[in-house]
Write a new protein. Sequence first.
Lengths: 611, 350
Amino acid sequence: MAGRTGNSKVNDFVVRFANVNGTGSASANFLFTKSIFRMGIPVTPKNIFPSNIQGLPTWYEVRVSEKGYLGRREGIDLVVAVNPQSMKGDVASVMPGGYFLYDSTKMLHAEYIRNDINYLGIPLMEMCNKEFSDPRQRQLFKNIVYVGALAALLDIELEVFEQLFKEQFAGKEKLIAPNMKALKMGVDYVIENFKYPLDIRLERRDLLKDAILVDGNSACGLGAVYGGATVVAWYPITPSTSVAEAFDNYASEYRMDKITGKKNYAIVQAEDELAAMGMVIGAGWNGARSFTATSGPGVSLMNEFLGLAYFAEIPAVLVDVQRTGPSTGMPTRTQQSDVMEAAYASHGDTKHVLLFPATPKECFEMTADALDLAEELQTPIMLMTDLDLGMNDHVSPPFEWDDKRKYKRGKVLNAEQLDKLEKFGRYLDKDGDGIPYRTIPGTHPTKGAFVTRGTSRDEYAVYTEDGGAYQRNMDRLIKKWHTAKDMVPGPQVYQKKNESSYGMIFFGTSTYAAEEAMDILKEKKVAVDALRLKSFPFNQTVEAFINSHDKIFVIEQNRDAQLRSLMMIELGTDASKLIPVLNYNGMPITADNIINQVLGVLSPAAKLSKV
Amino acid sequence: MSYIRPKFRHPGLPKNKLGYTIDHYEGSLSTLCAGCGHDSISAGIVQACYELDIEPHKVAKMSGIGCSSKTPAYFLVNSHGFNSVHGRMPAVATGANMANRDLIYFGVSGDGDSASIGMGQFVHVVRRNLKMVYIVMNNGCYGLTKGQDSATADEGSKNKAGSVNHFQPIDLASLAIELGSTFVAQSFSGDKTQLVPLIKAAMKHNGFAFINVISPCVTFNNNVGSTKSYDYVREHVEATSTVDFVPEMKTITTNYAEGSVKPVKMHDGSVIQLHKLDKEWDPQDRLSAINAVQKAKQTGEILTGLLYINEESKDLHTLMGTTDVPLNTLHEEVLCPGSEKLKDVNAGLR
């Protein structure tokens, strides 16, 4: 075996699975992740999948980190290569001294032999052909056999798998025994043929406490159920589809009328994203909490309706699970590239409230918060998540809900209030905060009715082309925008007071890598203050943070430094003060990448060697 | 057109069961051209709601963009209206209806709004059988942008500028039947005696009720050579049936000769009395309705009346199994599963 540099890496390594999609590898790979999670060790899986259903290469990368770093890390310690199509690249991807586990049923081609890595050949196909007769089973159990091999190689407790199989096959107990058998085949092969465990291995810890393992899209769907959404309209698009599906699943469990068995919600798969947004607006106008979920291309199509909702002041919630654009781009890769599109969606003068969750827990909370904010502000609220957060499982603090929490329905007049009113003015700024009062159709026989429209109107909702009335309305909308600054979630500031003249700002899934980078910079004695954005518009704290530093690194996952542009536009910050730190190859940003870009500016000599 | 409408109403105006006189159902002053067919249709909606004793605030008026889509301001001033975006009214109406199944939804659209920019949404709202009255005020041209041909302009029809349309027209009524619409009617804005009972029947239908109303554009498409002018339509209208809608106090009389009478019972117990003029055609039989419409097309006639009805129609809410209570009235107690359930969810994710 080739020698490894450095000591053994307990609970600190990356395993990458190279599979063919549509072969059942996803559930075996998840089983691997879940077993590490059950051993109390921080783990973060990334699914790197094609826009395809069957036959193309797909990868699943699992990072284990004793220190709790949940961002992606470059440098693969062990590859499980069961896809001949991608073998060449998979061999090349292993770090020197690392391991290459492959199906040795057929001999490995000479060009795949490197002398600086270790080869672990297991005749997976041969073993399964011998033990199982059904072709589909042979295929599926091949995956379980390599998980079994990993269990022995990395020291994963077999009892954990036993328990996981029991849970997975509750009601189908017949399947437990053959799965355990396949798993043990892998274990036994390792015991008989290799020195085990490897120097990369696992040790049980209690680092996760009450954490859960869940993807952001499920959390958004659940948050919408808790937040009181009753009308959902959506159109299938990767990576957002599972948001609507999760809502439907949770609602069909928690939102059924106990007596009639009927649904206390309505969900429609629309003909396109235009219609989906139109339905959300129709429902919001009619007093129901409503949302849609989509990705960048869908937001493009929804632009017209978003402008209407902004101008006619109708509550709407949109979950944007961002992917790699422009156009169809890389539809199954991650990016934070809809920031500008979302912030200023639609023609004319428009600005929209954006929320930036970083964890599944925040996906849950911010979806519910968005439903409140939409009604309080009577405007669209966009939850800016991304493929990485939405579709990958994340270790997250558990979901929490305060039973005392009441839905904030905003300024809605009921029949009694209308009775007392001399004259109702839909667009009057009664409270001086820019937020007018609204009425829901059907409330009062003779008061409060008006025609909602996207054309200009006066304070009493009467159509007018008077320039003064138009301008008054646009000015009130900006007043409302300023009111929103104190209503949206404020930023997370990482230090009590400034420790450096340099700061970094990041949001969403860049948070994982940014927090890891902060630790490493500290170790290198490079001081950089940090702030995590949770929303747009920017509030006073954000502005103060920028103003009190000489230079700000703006970390984001797009080419054009879109968040940086937003700061320049909205806060008037000088361009030279904002240093872009970017990542836009479709893979989640890494700490090493951030550190190298930051040190490239601060102290080039301290840059990390290329990993 | 601007004119001053006198506020004075005859003190002896008859009141409906709710105690409202007809002016309670009117809207603000129309700004459409004098003689516009659309104003007659608005008047038909006013009449139908008055006669059916509808509470105006239990009606929602939905529209897109165009001359026709302006009309919700011109009827039912005590109803909420939503003048949304071009061609997208069906989606907005769908969302509104999902939120509150108890209101009566009037969707008002035009031929540009429904047959061109909004075709995608039109066909899908038909498919979903959304409970609403969907009226297309069809004049074969784009009025608000000054007279361009629309997709319902007949092949060979000449517009005001003298140019001839070379393209096949989209026939919204046959399309609606084809798509499975459960109520399809056609009428003429100049024939209020037929239109009003059709609107009433549509309001009682438990699903998507489509009325294609030929409504001549007096300014841009009322010229010689146009097949949507008042003169042309009057000459080529062929009523398939007359419709009386009962539960009315007084019988509705029509201008047409009586044929065989066929009562159609609606889901709420009211009855449509169909006076068929053609023995060959059965409005409860889709194939027969398609046949009748296609035959008329060949001879250049415009069939009017109730062309097709499926009185056993199930609307979107029925198909989805939504609760009977309007969703917009549900509160936290019903909507939020609470923290105990969340503990189960968390446990399942460990």
